[in-house]
Design a protein around this ligand. Structure first.
Ligand code: DX5
Ligand code: ZN
Length: 228
């Protein structure tokens, strides 16, 4: 991968399990350094959590902060998770800010074919996220048009919550409907303790905030989550 450009094939290389540090638990006073530190410790991509105070009861970061991450880590693959009631209102801004892959929530956009095409036309890969209570079949036939499905294993809004193991039952049901190169991500409460069950269920993108940024040895935490 070129040092100054993200690798657009990252999600397409399905042979590789991806670990995504979520900067929601980073030290925001050192955000650029925290991004570089998590990539140097073995993170494959930066997970960038966007909360609008409406779809979830919290506010986090917007396009200007994403652009700062892009400047701090020009070679990083940025995966933006839009926990927003109207994700379509923000996709152009996140494309300009340097996002490579963007996930919207199916609860917010139950008929997303138009949104999926808009995201793709902006040059980004696209995923659909499901809250813990949302069944796998909420993802319609348009599952074919996605690069990934993100299964939430906590109720979105905050880092540091406990993993909800019941959501893993959705993973084989989704996998049965997906091509091998389409990815299944898991997000929320992922740690060295919970990652083995996620990997065994078939998840191939593991997102973690507190278990990575709160670890005394970040590289060891990332290796453990990856199962190395
Ligand atoms: C939750 C976010 C997650 C969060 C995960 O609303 O979507 O990405 O950062 O945090 P941990 O890994 O601490 O549960
Ligand atoms: Zn997230």
């Amino acid at each position: 991968m070129a040092a100054d450009r993200p690798d657009p094939r990252l999600y397409a290389d399905a042979r590789r399990l991806l670990v995504e540090p979520s900067v929601l638990s980073a030290d925001f006073t050192q955000l650029g350094e925290e991004c570089r530190r998590s990539l140097a410790a073995g993170g494959d991509a930066i997970h960038f959590d966007v909360m609008d105070g409406h779809f979830v009861p919290n506010l986090s970061m917007g396009p200007a902060v994403c652009a700062a991450v892009r400047r701090a880590a020009p070679g990083a693959f940025i995966d933006t998770h839009l926990m927003c009631t109207d994700p379509g209102a923000f996709v152009e801004a996140f494309a300009r800010a340097g996002t490579n892959h963007v996930s919207f929530h199916v609860e917010a956009v139950p008929h997303p074919r138009g949104l999926i095409r808009r995201i793709r036309a902006l040059g980004m890969a696209v995923g659909c996220a499901l809250n813990p209570a949302t069944p796998a079949d909420a993802v319609g036939e348009w599952i074919d048009e996605l690069d990934s499905v993100l299964v939430m294993s906590v109720h979105p809004g905050y880092s540091g919550q406990s993993f909800i193991p019941e959501v893993l039952a959705k993973v084989p049901a989704l996998r049965a409907r997906m091509r091998p190169e389409q990815r299944i991500a898991i997000d929320g409460g992922v740690s060295p303790a919970t990652a083995p069950a996620c990997r065994a269920a078939g998840c191939d993108v593991l997102v973690a905030a507190s278990a990575i940024f709160g670890a005394p040895d970040m590289a060891a935490a990332i290796h453990a989550i990856r199962g190395e």
